[in-house]
Design a binder for this molecule. Structure first.
Ligand code: PRP
Ligand code: URA
Length: 206
């Protein structure tokens, strides 16, 4: 399942992020805002449990979120989406996967993994702004499945059709939520029109 926000407020922000003159501070703020929007879209089906609550006026039955959640940013650019996710899910745990693309082949090279193994039916949410060839996201989800996760979602800001196709082939059970879908990849496996290297734009390392 692939859900694209396709919302004017998201499209507006992604246009600002694409602009090569947008500085890292504004870029990070835009990542935060879009991530919050995507989180609300992607988490509509969170489990709730009934609780009694006493308002200043009466007793009533309310509902509270009843999930154990592990957020999994893919280093480095995924870190840019983490604070916004923690703002809406303050009790989530955080696991980290380090992945670097080979510059020539775009093959993902895993270099770090610190994710708690699944103990039950925790929801793992993978976050990474870019889905290009799909190599990094597919590898990240495969690692989570090996750790015992059976409920996984993947949130990204910009995806390429090539990456979506690969991801849906390899992980048809994992829903993907994107801000927008771009045209294609170029010969260097960058998303066109895209926004360049998301990690460099977030961390000012251009
Ligand atoms: C970027 C991005 C994704 C990956 C997407 O990371 O954050 O992890 O590329 O490309 P793919 O779909 O072809 O795998 P990069 O490897 O550039 O590392 P960085 O986050 O450290 O800059
Ligand atoms: N990773 C990025 O950061 N940008 C792209 O366009 C492709 C992969």
């Amino acid at each position: 399942m692939h859900i694209v926000a396709d919302h004017p407020l998201v499209t507006h922000r992604i246009t600002l992020m694409r602009d090569r003159t947008t500085p890292p501070k504004l870029f990070r703020e835009l990542v935060d805002e879009i991530t919050t929007f995507l989180a609300f879209t992607a988490l509509k089906d969170l489990r709730l449990r009934s609780v009694e609550v006493t308002t200043p006026v009466a007793k009533t039955t309310g509902q509270r979120v009843d999930e154990r959640i592990v957020l999994v940013p893919i280093l480095r650019a995924g870190m840019g989406m983490l604070n916004a996710m923690l703002d809406v899910l303050p009790y989530a745990k955080v696991g980290v996967l380090g992945m670097q693309r080979n510059e020539e082949t775009a093959e993902p090279i895993p270099y770090y993994a610190k994710v708690p193994p699944a103990k039950g039916d925790e929801l793992a949410i993978v976050i990474d702004p870019m889905l290009a060839t799909g190599g990094s996201a597919c590898d990240a989800v495969a690692q989570l499945k090996k750790l015992g996760y059976t409920r996984i979602k993947f949130l990204n800001l910009i995806s390429a059709p090539e990456g979506i196709a690969k991801f849906e082939r390899e992980h048809p059970d994992v829903p993907v939520y994107s801000g927008v879908v771009d045209e294609r990849l170029n010969s260097h496996f960058y998303i066109v029109p895209g926004l360049g290297d998301a990690g460099d734009r977030i961390f000012g390392t251009l």
